[in-house]
Ligand binder design. Structure first.
Ligand code: C5P
Length: 228
């Protein structure tokens, strides 16, 4: 069992590319993340083709409760370690996802996505949220946890606030990680791996700084070492 706290996001529509990345980074991470791009292109067969580490299936579900529950049940046979739902989908939807995940010892953790790390205050205001991002993140995290979620996904900048407000219990999964000096891409609210772990992350999620590197294995090893 790896003690690594690094989750590598294998964001590509191509199975062969994801497999090559997975082979390269498996020794340096604790989990792989497959998201919409990969899963919509390749489905269950693609999921099963990615081996070597447990998989966080990041579908960010957001629909009426019945549909979300059905979606969770549909992917349960694949054995994902974690699944995401948008916490702004409301309490009944989150509860439906958690209930659908069942109570088997190896059931997936249900994580509520709070505010996407690509969102800044202007982006939130544009959808009618005028509270500062940390306030909205805390509101959605509390909603998710009150409705059975096992943890939340939030930006590194809100991690310390959430850890303090919510205690040790909830699993905090943190994307928006950039090693010092790396390109931010479309991530508006970023921290380094070490900063995010110090702030209270259980897991950090890193994609492009690893998969876009000339040597993904070396990039993953460096980030994993910094997070350890
Ligand atoms: O490439 P990069 O390191 O920016 O990848 C971050 C990954 O984390 C992407 O797969 C993205 O979908 C995911 N993510 C995010 N913000 C969230 C939740 C997930 O960036 N709030």
């Amino acid at each position: 069992m790896s003690s690594s706290r690094l989750i590598v996001a294998l964001d590509t529509p191509e199975v062969a590319t994801a497999q090559a990345w997975a082979r390269a980074v498996a020794p340096h991470c604790g989990m792989f993340k497959l998201g919409l791009e990969f899963f919509l292109a390749n489905g269950a067969a693609g999921f099963r083709a990615i081996t070597g580490r447990p998989v966080f299936l990041d579908l960010k579900l957001h629909d009426i409760p019945t549909t979300v529950a059905g979606a969770v049940r549909a992917v349960l046979p694949l054995g994902p370690r974690m699944l995401t739902v948008h916490a702004c989908g409301d309490g009944a939807m989150i509860r439906a996802a958690r209930d659908a995940a069942g109570n088997a010892p190896d059931r997936p953790l249900i994580l509520g996505v709070t505010v996407l790390t690509s969102m800044d205050p202007a982006g939130l205001a544009a959808i009618g949220v005028h509270d500062p991002p940390p306030m909205q993140v805390l509101r959605l995290a509390r909603l998710a946890l009150a409705n059975g979620a096992d943890g939340v996904v939030c930006s590194p900048l809100e991690t310390a606030t959430l850890r303090q407000a919510l205690g040790r219990g909830p699993t905090l999964v943190i994307p928006g990680i950039r090693p010092a000096g790396a390109a931010r891409d479309d991530q508006a609210r970023v921290m380094t791996p070490a900063q995010a772990m110090a702030a209270g992350a259980d897991w950090i999620v890193v994609g492009r700084p690893i998969t876009g590197a000339s040597d993904p294995a070396a990039a993953a090893a460096a980030i994993d070492a910094e997070a350890a």
